[in-house]
Design a protein around this ligand. Structure first.
Ligand code: URP
Ligand code: ZN
Ligand code: ZN
Length: 470
């Protein structure tokens, strides 16, 4: 008879085979057994009666302590991973961005230093390629080092991050050869620059304030860029992952490309499923500015539809937290707003409440978008992403109906506001378990900073049959 270190007892467990009323036995850091009536002698019993036991959430789009827009995002690896844990996130993927003169190795080293001693949950990095001619011959070395996802931005020239079509095309060729994947921030830079310039007048800024952020970025800015990147994916055969897709048009393009066998996958973020651009008209409108910006109700509806029909494979957050003081740097000029919002702590509660409880998706579909798909797509399965024997013992245990009103004063995130303030959300994690350790107990963080581990990977992306099954 196998003795377990811990047994999660009596919960409704969301496994790849559906929701089952079973126990989960944990030995060391892994799941050792799943079944009814597991032996508990000598084991710590974690009571999950009346709760859902979910696979730990993977937030695969996070920026912690990122120097950006003239400041540094205010959630670092200490506050950001505590916030994640409270929201049931047990793995995050950040973006290692090389600064002037940095190699890809330098960027990874720099991001490792940010995480060391601070991370409560497991993590890895997407490696950002910002200067193609310098970085192109460093990609293979990064794969050998255990990184299998790369990132290019089609905007952000002033940050020194922007990639052109030559870089996208060349990187996708390499992704095909190496079995790795390119993530792309798809917005069309030249036309966007022109539209920003047209809106950037004292008169318009006095009249429209933060609404100009949305007015200068019509949906075609994202759509054209997704269309172009999809073409480079089609002709090279390189795996392409569109980050933070926010538009109905984007979803239509992804659907059409997927139907032709293009190896393209898309993620959206919680904010694009819930918030719309009418918020920019309010007195705190500038707080909600992120790139791409939150869109219209019809985009929200199309993205939810894409969760069912397959164009949206992953929901993440694009966490890039700025405090009110940092956001105030805009001083009425929409081009100076630090772009980004907090999100790690509210990802699961927002998607559970507005998706599962609202009847838009099932709890199994939610776990696919928050855990199983991100793990498979990012090369972290079978270790992460599903409750199955042999996987890391990562769980979020949530009560189906217990609601908490979002209020930054009770949260772990280093933000003095939340995009979801005042919303009453179920789905905060009562108990979060990371590799067998209870790190959140009774909704409070109890795990120690620095226990989180870096996760090496070899490949990323899905095969054609896996993509068809999405
Ligand atoms: O507004 C955002 N999204 N900030 C982070 C940078 C990015 O584009 O993901
Ligand atoms: Zn982006
Ligand atoms: Zn981002």
């Amino acid at each position: 008879m196998m003795g377990f270190d811990s047994v999660i007892k009596g919960g409704k467990v969301v496994t790849p085979d559906g929701v089952q009323q079973v126990d989960v036995g944990i030995k060391g850091e892994t799941i050792a057994a799943i079944g009814a009536g597991l032996e508990t002698s000598g084991a710590k019993v974690i009571d999950a009666a009346g709760h859902f036991v979910l696979p730990g959430v993977l937030d695969v789009h996070v920026h912690l302590a990122l120097p950006f827009c003239g400041t540094t995002s205010s959630d670092d690896y200490y506050t950001g991973t505590r916030a994640g844990a409270r929201g049931g996130v047990t793995t995050l993927i950040d973006f290692a961005i090389p600064y002037a003169g940095d190699s890809l190795n330098d960027a990874a080293d720099n991001w490792h230093r940010k995480a060391e001693g601070k991370a409560l949950i497991d993590y890895t990095f997407h490696i950002c390629i910002t200067r193609w001619d310098e970085h192109k011959d460093q990609i293979e070395g990064m794969v050998e080092r255990g990184f299998s996802t790369f990132k290019e931005f089609m905007i952000y020239e002033s940050e020194g991050w922007q990639s052109d079509d030559r870089a996208l095309f060349g990187t996708l060729e390499k992704m095909k050869k190496l079995g790795t994947m390119l993530l792309v921030h798809a917005e069309s830079s030249r036309v966007l620059d022109e539209l920003i310039a047209r809106h950037h007048t004292p008169e318009l800024m006095a009249k429209y304030g933060a609404q100009l952020h949305a007015m200068s970025r019509p949906n075609f800015i994202e759509a054209e860029a997704i269309q172009r990147a999809a073409k480079w994916s089609e002709v090279t055969g390189g795996n392409l992952y569109i980050v933070h897709m926010s538009t109905a048009e984007g979803a239509d393009i992804v659907r059409e490309a997927q139907s032709r066998g293009v190896p393209i996958i898309a993620e959206t973020c919680a904010q694009y499923l819930v918030l719309d651009d009418s918020l920019f008209a309010g007195p705190d409108g500038h707080l909600y500015a992120c790139c791409p910006q939150i869109k219209k109700p019809r985009d929200i509806e199309r993205l939810w539809e894409g969760m069912i029909t397959g164009e949206v494979s992953v929901v993440s957050t694009d966490t890039c937290t700025f405090t009110r003081e940092q956001k105030a740097m805009w001083e009425g000029d929409f081009t100076k707003i630090p772009m980004g919002m907090p999100g790690l702590e509210t990802l699961l509660p927002v998607v559970y409440t507005t998706g599962v409880r609202a009847g838009r998706i099932t709890i199994e579909q939610m776990c696919e978008k928050l855990s199983t798909n991100p793990a498979r797509i990012m090369g972290l399965a079978p270790r992460k992403g599903a409750i199955q024997v042999g996987a890391d013992a990562d769980f979020a245990i949530i009560h189906p109906t217990h609601e908490i009103v979002v209020d930054h004063t009770t949260m772990e995130t280093n933000a003095d506001w939340s995009p979801y303030t005042g919303m009453s959300l179920a789905g905060f994690s009562r108990t979060t378990i990371s590799r067998g350790d209870v790190i959140v107990d009774d909704y409070k963080v109890v795990g120690k900073a620095g226990r989180g581990q870096w996760l090496p990977r070899k490949t990323a992306g899905l095969t054609e049959s896996e993509r068809e099954a999405l």
